[in-house]
Design a protein around this ligand. Structure first.
Ligand code: PEP
Ligand code: MG
Length: 401
């Protein structure tokens, strides 16, 4: 597969920050574009994204000149070439954002060449037969309906309050989650005044709350009123690396209360990014007898593991988690993100693919989540164009497109 042209430019993400978009054409004339998201509560061990202007310059002056007219056997060949061309551990020379944008555009152009949906091509590249009895083929949606932490200007310590529908199809999941989201917005406006339904970075509501558990009380009440409380699980991304002014003991007390009162399915990053030990303690105390998706409580690493197989090996050795967040831009190429999914499966962890808080309208991540048969897909609230693009892509996928 030969690339005949590659261009790059800066576009805006959902926070009005510059990010990278590339357009790539294969020698067969097939063209594809791709743009990359950007995180705010980033882990220290994530691959390095360069300022967009610099990444764009690198794509034009370094990557384009090296890959145009070169023959790449497959996705892995391209990604390995780019990783070697960069030559640094954190992709700090060319930029993880520069490399990932080219990697995704190549993936998309290859799928178009094969005339198959992107998720189908991802499944081929992933190359593992997905056992429908051990993994769901339909990732559960992790809908972030209340935003706090670094994603909002409110008083919540936790970053994300997640509604996780427990129904058969994407369409039904979206319907259940959206009904609760709207009812919650109305309840917030009634209880706290109209400004309370203003939105945070990922489209969730973002008012001040009485305490860190009040959002759960209100989500649960809204779901119950709609008779949907039995059709959902609850979860949080604590994003604890960025929680200021709370001791570990206070955090632990809060989790105990949360678990006792709401029996959540999912807690992501309950402690700071290098606290493998306390991750292990909360996992051991709450996972129950099952493993991975069968665990009573999924404890997921995000800043802890950063889609990085070395960090994952550490977390595995220390029994820190039974679930993982996979974000391709934490590692910087499609092939490496697929390797991380593969390793997570080997470890028996639940796999939750995730968007970033700063997104574009690129819906690649929906195809990726479905393509690798993730157990969960975290994609923000069902509001704001950049999130809705992913919801709508899932609905298309469900129709076989
Ligand atoms: C997260 O922490 O899971 C997240 C999506 O936020 P960000 O993209 O800011 O890291
Ligand atoms: Mg997170």
């Amino acid at each position: 597969m030969k690339v005949s042209s590659l261009s790059a430019r800066q576009i805006l993400d959902s926070r009005g920050q510059w990010t990278v978009e590339v357009a790539l054409t294969l020698q067969n004339g097939v063209r594809a574009t791709a743009s990359v998201p950007q995180g705010k509560s980033t882990g220290a061990t994530e691959a390095r994204a360069l300022p967009a202007a610099m990444a764009v310059r690198n794509i034009k002056s370094v990557i384009a000149t090296r890959i145009i007219h070169k023959d790449f056997l497959d996705q892995a060949a391209l990604d390995e070439f780019l990783v070697r061309l960069d030559g640094t551990k954190a992709k700090s020379r060319l930029g993880a954002n520069a490399i990932l944008a080219v990697s995704i555009a190549f993936l998309r152009a290859t799928a178009r060449t094969k005339k198959v949906p992107l998720w189908k091509h991802i499944r081929d590249v992933y190359g593992i037969w997905v056992d429908p009895t051990t993994t769901t083929l339909h990732p559960r949606l992790f809908m972030n309906v209340v935003n706090g932490g670094l994603h909002a200007g409110n008083n919540l310590h936790f970053q994300e309050y997640l509604v996780i529908p427990r129904v058969r199809t994407f369409a039904e999941s979206v319907d259940v989650g959206t009904k609760i989201y709207h009812a919650l917005g109305a309840a917030l406006a009634r209880a706290k005044g109209h400004g309370a339904a203003n939105l945070g970075d990922e489209g969730g509501f973002a008012p001040n709350f009485k305490d860190d558990l009040e959002p759960f009380r209100m989500i649960h009440a809204a779901a119950k009123k709609l008779k949907l409380d039995k059709k959902i699980d609850l979860g949080i991304d604590a994003a604890a690396t960025d929680i200021k002014g709370m001791t570990r003991a206070r955090l632990n007390n809060l989790y105990k209360k949360l678990i006792k009162e709401y029996a959540p399915l999912y807690i992501e990053d309950p402690f700071s990014e290098n606290d493998f030990k306390n991750f292990a303690a909360i996992t051991a105390a709450n996972a129950g007898a099952g493993a991975g998706v069968k665990s009573k409580l999924w404890i997921a690493g995000d800043d802890l593991t950063t889609t990085n197989t070395d960090r994952m090996a550490l977390a595995h050795a220390k029994k820190s988690v039974n679930a993982i967040i996979i974000k391709p831009n934490q590692i910087g190429s499609v092939t490496e993100a697929l390797n991380a999914v593969r390793l997570a499966r080997e470890y028996g962890w639940a796999v939750v693919v995730s968007h970033r808080s700063g997104e574009t309208n690129d819906d690649f991540i929906a195809d990726f989540a479905y393509g690798v048969a993730a157990d969960g897909f975290k994609l923000g609230a069902p509001a704001r164009g950049e999130r809705v693009a992913k919801y709508n892509r899932l609905l298309e996928i469900e129709e076989g497109k």
